[in-house]
Design a protein around this ligand. Structure first.
Ligand SMILES: NC(=O)c1ccc[n+]([C@@H]2O[C@H](COP(=O)([O-])OP(=O)(O)OC[C@H]3O[C@@H](n4cnc5c(N)ncnc54)[C@H](OP(=O)(O)O)[C@@H]3O)[C@@H](O)[C@H]2O)c1
Length: 295
């Protein structure tokens, strides 16, 4: 008889983690373990190994991350503890059990001057503490779980819960007459429920024997399809939500932040689409769904 998959989600109360929680009921034959930092601090190496020994997961989705991009500039050790050491601990514990690690990362690792969609082997050039610690984490996952370490880099993640740009625009668009948003940073928003669904689809392919678990190893890109600036994204949210606010396009130099942002973050998703037969929706479909699901 086939063993029931036991899927551990770390950082389970984060944006992406909560999307996996929302999908649990759609997979009644799988067992999910949702652990946030209070249940499982990924930085606490001995606890990670003890947790794995006790619960014997067969998959780990590492949603734990330090994502305060600007704050990371003033507390690099805290960012590194989660994004690098935590990822390393998780990958090592997975390798010991011989199970896959699905780890999530960011377009920020590239930060190049490119203007065509970035492939997984594009040169990395992280320019902030957040980006450097995330890249170190990606490399740790690939090194310490070389057979089944899957690193999915995504961009501009947002969900109907948590702190994100889309929810901020909805709130400010209702409060203020005008919003100033940068138009010289281009990328693609990713509606987190789509990413969570894609990940569970991939797990299903492996569980059904359609895909070998070792074929997961490596770097993969996932975002929604299409291209826009933050200004376009904001304008679309305001338009589709029917808000009266005027959205002004401004330059990055007029909105200084502690951590630099990449000017071009469009990810090429050809690899993940062809390997797992994924159909990825356009980012506008994400905004429409977000407006229906936002609580
Ligand atoms: N948000 C974006 O725009 C974006 C873009 C590209 C890629 N990503 C990547 O996508 C992934 C998911 O992002 P997200 O937006 O879902 O992040 P998020 O909402 O910030 O969630 C991260 C979760 O990690 C938990 N966490 C922090 N330190 C931990 C620790 N030591 N042990 C265990 N859990 C810990 C946090 O819990 P506490 O609140 O209890 O600390 C939080 O629930 C991350 O890897 C991120 O780097 C995000």
């Amino acid at each position: 008889m086939q063993k029931t998959p036991v899927i551990l989600v770390t950082g389970a109360n984060g944006q992406l983690g909560r999307c996996f929680q929302n999908l649990e009921s759609a997979f009644p034959n799988w067992r999910f373990l949702f652990a946030d930092s209070t249940h499982l601090d990924v930085n606490a190496r001995r606890n990670v190994f003890a947790f794995f020994e006790k619960h014997q997961p067969t998959w780990v989705l590492n949603g734990a991350a330090y994502t305060a991009v600007d704050r990371a500039e003033s507390e690099p050790e805290r960012a590194r503890a989660v994004n690098y050491t935590g990822a390393k601990n998780i990958a090592e514990a997975c390798a010991r059990l011989g199970i896959p690690t699905i780890h999530f990362s960011t377009d920020y690792v590239y930060h190049g001057g490119q203007n065509t969609p970035l492939q997984e082997d594009a040169p990395v050039h992280p320019k902030s503490v957040y980006a450097r610690t995330k890249l170190a984490g990606d490399r740790a996952v690939l090194r310490h779980n070389p057979l089944m370490g899957m690193v999915i880099r995504t961009s501009w993640l947002y969900a109907p819960h948590g702190h994100n740009f889309a929810r901020t625009m909805l709130r400010l668009g209702a409060e203020r007459p005008e919003l100033n948003v940068v138009f010289d940073q281009v990328g693609t928003p990713t509606y987190a429920p789509f990413l969570a669904e894609a990940v569970l689809h991939i797990i299903g392919l492996v569980e059904n024997g359609d895909v070998a678990p070792t074929s997961l190893a490596g770097i993969w890109h996932y975002s929604n399809e299409g291209v826009c600036s933050w200004y376009d994204f904001a304008q679309t949210i305001v338009d589709l939500a029917g808000l009266p606010a005027r959205v002004n396009a401004i330059e990055t130099k007029d909105y200084p932040l502690p951590a630099p942002r990449p000017s071009f973050s469009v990810l090429n998703k050809a690899k993940i689409k062809s390997a797992f037969g994924l159909e990825i929706p356009h980012w506008r479909r994400g905004v429409e769904r977000f407006l229906r699901e936002n609580g």
